[in-house]
Design a protein around this ligand. Structure first.
Ligand SMILES: [Mg+2]
Ligand SMILES: [Zn+2]
Length: 219
């Protein structure tokens, strides 16, 4: 049977709630993003600079952040079984996130999911403010003009067919590279608007059933 590269977003996809929103909501300055956004939209600051400005205001220890995330993020139904299923079928399931490695790995461990490959950025939390550490995403993407997930997807691909699972704006470029897309929330709306075929998902049982069905990947 064919093996796949299954690229899966973390925030709002594996989790029910976006951990970045949770962290800023609990420990950052409310409304700061609205203040930064006009400068971002006008191109005066990059997305990375805008996010750093927002996270400068986040004053919390790593323990406080992890406590919050483990308490509030919520694991989407069926993910544990989905990881097991992917391993049984030799599919390469990789988490591609625009969030932070420490948070992602702690959450996965907490939910009993071990050894999953994670490609993401990193954050150093402290009471003096949070410093973001950006992973190297190569040159800016020709599609979106940002350093998006496309670079990471290309470097991880071994030429298998690509399945993309995501929910947000940071998934737009990655999803467009995929042979099969599962989407919810803003990503689903975006694909809908552009007439790009995708399957809407609510949990991972549904995704597993679709991928198990021979018609989904019929060439
Ligand atoms: Mg997301
Ligand atoms: Zn892009």
């Amino acid at each position: 049977m064919e093996t796949l590269l299954i690229a899966c977003d973390f925030d709002g996809t594996i989790t029910e709630r976006d951990t970045l929103h949770l962290i800023v909501g609990a420990y950052g300055t409310r409304g700061l993003w609205e203040e930064i956004q006009p400068r971002l939209n006008a191109g005066e600051v990059s997305l990375e600079q805008a996010m750093q400005e927002e996270f400068d205001s986040v004053r919390a220890t790593p323990e406080q952040v992890l406590d919050l995330v483990l308490r509030e993020a919520g694991l989407r139904h069926g993910f544990t079984e989905f990881v097991r299923w992917a391993r049984e079928h030799d599919h390469r399931l990789i988490v591609f996130s625009s969030g932070f490695r420490t948070v992602i790995e702690a959450a996965l461990e907490h939910w009993g999911i071990h050894g999953l490959q994670v490609v993401s950025h990193e954050a150093r939390f402290s009471l003096e403010g949070c410093r973001l550490v950006w992973s190297d995403r190569g040159d800016v993407c020709e599609e979106c003009g940002r350093r998006c997930k496309r670079h990471d997807l290309r470097s991880q691909s071994r030429g298998e067919r690509l399945v993309y699972i995501g929910d947000g704006i940071s998934d737009r470029c990655g999803a467009r590279m995929a042979d099969v897309i599962f989407a919810r929330s803003m990503l689903a709306d975006d694909l809908e608007r552009e007439g790009i075929p995708y399957t809407r998902f609510e949990d991972f049982d549904g995704i597993r059933e679709r991928l198990d069905s021979p018609s989904t990947l019929a060439a």
